[in-house]
Design a protein around this ligand. Structure first.
Ligand SMILES: Cc1cc2nc3c(=O)[nH]c(=O)nc-3n(C[C@H](O)[C@H](O)[C@H](O)COP(=O)(O)OP(=O)(O)OC[C@H]3O[C@@H](n4cnc5c(N)ncnc54)[C@H](O)[C@@H]3O)c2cc1C
Length: 334
């Protein structure tokens, strides 16, 4: 397997940013990955669907794109099945596969862009669900030693939009496959966001299929389609502050939006903070803040990664000045 040189990345990142990779190759098996690792020029980056990255420069070294496919049931009992999924499988294709077989656990995570291999990176989540609750284990290759290692759920240190692969083991492992445990007798979770209202409007009874469709409908209305306007979904994480800080902010900003996060902390809606700081719908050249969803930064066409990054820094500064809260990017900045 050969490396391509100066490989264009514009169609491989959902922000639609122009940049090149010095060296680029796909792999569709663990053996092929190990061979590539022998020859790859460092530093190394693994690419999935490119839906959670911001390219601010040409990428030096090598990019390896995960194209390991396959969805296989590897264990089954009365209540559940364990399904092993190749890291290159498109996340929503796997969700659709599970819905067709009436296997529960992924329905609230419908239509999240990207690959299965990247899903554990930030413990993807939406509508009150996160993959950590259906995650069984993953197989990953150590970039240096090239050894294959199994990570069980507890090894991954999953948290809100984070895992060990985004912290201690950043850039150390290539996730090749992920095994999920899905339920034959699913428990529905429709309490979050507008799912119940949507089901009512759809006139459908609650089922895995209708919940998935409700989530698809809501997401399609709320979030810009990267095929039309470049973006990487939520640019920042929702910040967590102490309940005391939240109550004190509430005195000055009675409408501030927050949700309890454990007993002592509140998770504040970053989109609300950004909107209140006056950024919603802002545009400078081709870099902007989406007109309906202030948490999403957008590329209207020819923005450079640095334009988006500069805009994100201005937003961070103004939110910090107004509310004393530091916004942390959710997107991986490269
Ligand atoms: C419109 C839109 C909506 C979104 N909504 C949500 C949402 O609701 N919830 C949510 O959690 N996220 C959301 N996201 C973010 C994104 O979809 C997820 O983070 C997704 O898991 C990224 O997958 P990817 O394959 O595109 O990763 P990439 O962007 O290709 O990579 C992301 C990071 O993971 C690393 N990586 C990728 N694959 C591997 C691998 N196999 N092994 C090791 N490292 C790897 C990369 O090096 C990079 O650092 C949204 C994005 C968009 C564009």
């Amino acid at each position: 397997m050969e490396f391509n040189h100066n490989h264009p990345l514009k169609n491989l990142n959902t922000f639609g940013i122009y940049a090149n990779a010095e060296n680029f190759a796909n792999f569709n098996s663990i053996e092929e990955l190990k061979r590539l690792l022998e020859n790859a020029k460092q530093p190394l980056m693994i690419l999935g669907g490119g839906s959670n990255i911001l390219l601010t420069q040409n990428i030096k070294g090598s990019i390896l794109k995960n194209e390991i496919f396959g969805i296989d049931i590897i264990e089954e009992d009365n209540k559940s099945v364990a399904v092993k999924v190749g890291g290159g499988v498109v996340w929503h294709d796997f969700v659709s596969w599970s819905i067709e077989r009436n296997l529960g656990g992924l329905e609230n995570l419908s239509l999240i862009p990207g690959s299965v291999g990247a899903a554990p990176m930030q413990n993807i989540g939406a509508y009150g669900s996160e993959i950590k609750s259906v995650f069984k284990q993953l197989e990953a290759v150590n970039i240096e030693s090239k050894e294959l290692k199994i990570f069980e759920n507890k090894d991954c240190q999953f948290g809100y939009r984070t895992s060990i692969f985004k912290t201690q083991l950043k850039n150390k492992y290539v996730i090749c496959s992920v095994t999920f445990r899905l339920n034959k007798y699913p428990e529905f979770n429709t309490s979050y966001g507008a799912i119940e209202d949507e089901l009512r409007d759809m006139g459908e009874i609650t089922s895995l299929k209708s919940i998935s469709q409700a989530v698809i409908n809501i997401r399609s209305r709320k979030l810009p389609d990267p095929n039309i306007i470049g973006n990487s979904g939520s640019f920042f994480k929702n910040p967590t502050i102490s309940n005391i800080e939240f109550q004190s902010l509430k005195k000055d900003f009675p409408l501030i939006v927050g949700y309890p996060n454990g007993d002592n902390e509140t998770k504040v809606a970053a989109g609300w903070l950004i909107e209140q700081a006056g950024w919603k719908g802002f545009r400078d050249g081709d870099a902007g803040v989406h007109k309906n969803q202030a948490l999403v930064l957008v590329n209207y066409g020819n923005a450079k990664g640095k334009d988006i990054l500069n805009l994100s820094k201005k937003i961070q500064d103004s939110v910090e000045q107004k509310f004393g809260i530091q916004l942390i990017p959710e997107v991986n900045i490269l």
